[in-house]
Write a protein that binds this ligand. Structure first.
Ligand code: ZN
Ligand code: ZN
Length: 117
């Protein structure tokens, strides 16, 4: 039973919260926030707001350097890109890290999308 309202829908809910820790690079800093989401919002957040994020596997760190799709506008990102990370704790599961890239011009929009502004 959760006592705090969901960070996204702001409703109180039954069931276990999931924790999301988004961080979006902005210049030399990271914009960060902490979300506690109810089960439907956690599913929505993963499937929709994080649709261009990829799960980070410990063995494929070099792939971060390859071209990828912008997590905000979905166009290809090459060269100057901002990194974004989301650490996710679903109820009863191990920590999972997700990674994405965003155009410099899209970083602010991505931060709004992940509600870290
Ligand atoms: Zn919710
Ligand atoms: Zn973009």
């Amino acid at each position: 039973m959760a006592y705090a309202p969901c960070s996204l829908c702001l409703r109180r809910y039954t069931g276990k919260a999931s924790s999301f820790y988004p961080a979006v690079a902005a210049g030399r800093d990271f914009l960060r926030c902490k979300l506690r989401l109810c089960p439907p919002c956690a599913a929505h957040f993963l499937a929709d707001r994080m649709r261009n994020f990829r799960r980070v596997d410990p063995d494929d760190s070099l792939r971060f350097l390859l071209a990828d799709s912008c997590a905000s506008c979905a166009a290809e990102v090459q060269g100057d890109a901002n990194a974004a990370f989301v650490t996710v704790y679903l109820p009863g599961e191990e920590r999972v890290d997700y990674f994405a890239l965003a155009h410099g011009a899209c970083a602010a929009e991505l931060a709004r999308q992940l509600c870290v502004t």
